[in-house]
Design a binder for this molecule. Structure first.
Ligand code: AKG
Ligand code: FE2
Length: 260
């Protein structure tokens, strides 16, 4: 096992320090997003890109249509209603069990210091890995033309590490606090304005090696289509607030095409 220090820039980001964690928590709270550029050491990014390129042939590629709420259509609303508007997304994905056993990604994901830092920043006591062998660490590939269309996440927060940017496109765009899921406020007018390009989203400038924490349940977001022949490669690290929980079978079939 490698040391976390050799993988992550702990001088710039003292993640074991409680005060640093509190600063990050406050940024995530006020901005809805926290970016830590240069979180991964330069040589680590290179190694992880090489590793991902080798695994890409084993990725599960899917194209799906979905609404922005990631729910089935509602027949009591018209087909043209923004709730029922269908968008297209496509990507390739490799799962935790396909990440080589000696990979830096396992070290970061399992490091107690890292886990405690993420827990503190997202306001949980403790975080746990998924009980199934697929869902904890995923590597996403978006080749030319592939995109992740507008959506709200089901999960409270997402943790990503960009490994490789495409030559153009592949931009993370978002509209902060566009709905309030807790109050069942779907804000159809606001969503429609963004889809029809009448309201401008914000966007993140993310370089490879950046750690991004994003609260996507109420902030609608997308990744624009990749342009050019360099694949966008992104790691998603996923945790639970309770131990022993697997991702649902239907979600595993949709994302990975298998259960285990
Ligand atoms: O690819 C990204 O940067 C964001 C991914 C995302 O929004 C998701 O997986 O729900
Ligand atoms: Fe998302």
């Amino acid at each position: 096992m490698q040391k976390l220090n050799d993988i992550v820039d702990l001088d710039t980001y003292p993640i074991e320090n409680t005060a640093f964690g509190e600063r990050c928590l406050n940024i995530l709270k006020s901005e809805g997003v926290l970016t830590l550029p240069g979180f991964l050491q330069e040589n680590v990014i290179e190694k992880l890109v090489e590793e991902a390129e080798l695994q890409k042939q084993n990725a599960y590629f899917t194209t799906s249509t979905h609404n922005v709420y990631l729910t089935p259509k509602r027949s009591d609303l018209e087909a043209e209603h923004v709730f029922n508007r269908q968008l297209c997304s496509s990507k390739g994905c490799i799962t935790t069990d396909q990440v080589p056993p000696g990979s830096y990604l396992h070290t970061v994901y399992n490091a107690e210091i890292f886990r405690q830092f993420i827990a503190a920043v997202v306001g949980e006591n403790k975080l746990y890995e998924y009980a199934d062998p697929l869902s904890s660490i995923n590597v996403h590939f978006a080749s030319e033309g592939q995109e992740l269309n507008w959506h709200f996440d089901n999960s409270e927060f997402a943790i990503t590490l960009l490994l490789q940017s495409p030559k153009a496109g592949g931009r993370f765009e978002y509209v902060k606090d566009l709905r309030r899921a807790e109050q069942d406020d779907m804000n159809y007018a606001g969503v429609e304005a963004v889809l029809d390009e009448k309201a401008m989203p914000s966007y993140l400038k993310v370089e490879p090696g950046t750690l991004v924490l994003f609260r996507g349940r109420n902030s609608m977001h997308r990744v624009t289509p990749t342009k050019g022949d360099r694949t966008r490669i992104l790691v998603v690290l996923a945790y639970n607030s309770e131990p022993g929980i697997a991702l649902s079978e239907s979600a595993r079939m949709t994302f990975f095409g298998r259960l285990g």
